[in-house]
Design a protein around this ligand. Structure first.
Ligand code: ZN
Length: 217
């Protein structure tokens, strides 16, 4: 059973054309884990590794568990965080800004780590999100094969959907290990992506304040 928040976010992403390309089907995590284990075993064998070795024999099971329950857990909406909102009785109409949110994701082109920080800001209307929920939403979408641009947009749409406020801004600054550890082997470059909605897009000073915020992301 998916929560109503998970369903609403999924529908909003599909509508915006921002859902991760995935096959619509019901997910059976234990079957998925079992099948993944078999495939990793074959992959390791193809690479010429001896799976009878003490140190290697548990690797297919470990990778299968890690894919299903950790680094790709966000492909399954059953893992969407439970969301608590409170009514905005105190009429907060200023920016709520959460920065230095740790982001660890996986590049969908190379299945290798993306590592960085996110900053999320929104202006509440009728609902206020529990603060740790913002971190959990970031983590949920980071736990998918991703491109940084889509990850940034998905977080924006999710927070817009859950808060009923269009005024949401998301910024991610990250290192891609597919750039660092292979290919051009650039160890220092960082990629910054932005997704701005509502007033953050329209109001130049609000946008500038968010983008140039002195808080490091
Ligand atoms: Zn990559």
């Amino acid at each position: 059973m998916l929560s109503k928040e998970a369903i609403a976010v999924q529908q909003a992403l599909i509508q915006e054309g921002l859902e991760t390309p995935m096959i619509q089907r019901s997910v059976n995590p234990s079957q998925q884990q079992h099948d993944t284990q078999e495939i990793i075993m074959q992959l390791m064998h193809t690479l010429g590794l001896d799976l009878r070795d003490d140190s290697l024999k548990g690797t297919p099971a470990r990778i299968a568990k890690m894919f299903t329950h950790e680094i790709f857990a966000g492909l399954n909406y059953a893992n969407f965080p439970s969301i608590t909102t409170v009514d905005n009785k105190m009429n907060v109409d200023d920016v709520i800004n959460v920065s230095q949110i740790q982001v660890t994701s996986t590049c969908e082109h190379h299945f290798i780590t993306i590592d960085g920080f996110a900053q999320v800001a929104y202006i509440p209307k009728h609902k206020i999100l529990g603060l740790s929920k913002i971190n959990r939403i970031v983590q949920f979408f980071a736990q998918r094969p991703q491109i940084q641009e889509r990850l940034t947009q998905q977080i924006k749409i999710a927070i817009q959907t859950l808060t009923d406020s269009a005024d949401v801004a998301v910024r991610i600054r990250a290192t891609h290990f597919c750039v660092k550890a292979r290919g051009v082997m650039d160890t220092s470059s960082m990629t910054t992506t932005l997704a701005l909605g509502g007033q953050f897009k329209e109001n130049k000073s609000l946008r500038a304040e968010f983008v140039h915020s002195t808080e490091q992301v």
